[in-house]
Write a protein that binds this ligand. Sequence first.
Ligand SMILES: N[C@@H](CCC(=O)N[C@@H](CS)C(=O)NCC(=O)O)C(=O)O
Length: 203
Amino acid sequence: MPTLYHAPMSRSTSILALVHELGDPEDLEIVRVTIPRADGSEGPDPRNPHPEKKVPVLVDEGELIRERGAIIVWLTERYPSALAPLAGQKNRGTFLKWLFWYQGVFEPVVIFDHIKLDDPIVNATFRDLPTAIGQIEDALAGGDYLLGDSYSAADLLIAGAFGWFRHLIPETGPIGSWVERCQGREAARRAMAEDGAERGGPA
Ligand SMILES: N[C@@H](CCC(=O)N[C@@H](CS)C(=O)NCC(=O)O)C(=O)O
């Protein structure tokens, strides 16, 4: 039985939204844990099996799966749906590309930009935020979502980041309306409402 360890109003909120998108599988258990918050409240939770006590983390079939991209692949394979092309299906490679790009490039670049890190080696490895945003804009020029016409768990992950960091949304171009489309989905709204009610605001 898969067990998701989740802290309200954190990176694991996107995985809670995914669980809702997948129809709230009955065999999936959600354990709410604490993490240290920016305001100094809470702290690491002894029940959290993550080696660094981070969230999200998923435990299933005797394995511990960390990193949202990996958790998304695992859950969308375990509970097949329109949210993710499976191996052999159209757009599978594009789907995986976006998940890995988010974890390996986009989130680091957002953080480097936030701390105003301007380093030639970092820039050569990751490029920069305008380049990253341009990649998303190019993809959205071909349809309403990253895979074209249909919403996927890649949209859930990447648009979710813009939902938290709205200042990253360019004033013009397709990203603003894409974020609204993704964040306006029932599953995303439910996850935010549940977490907000529990915690009362972002981490
Ligand atoms: N790369 C990880 C990041 C996980 C992460 O940093 N989670 C934060 C929540 S927003 C956390 O658990 N922070 C608590 C801590 O660092 O102790 C992922 O995408 O899953």
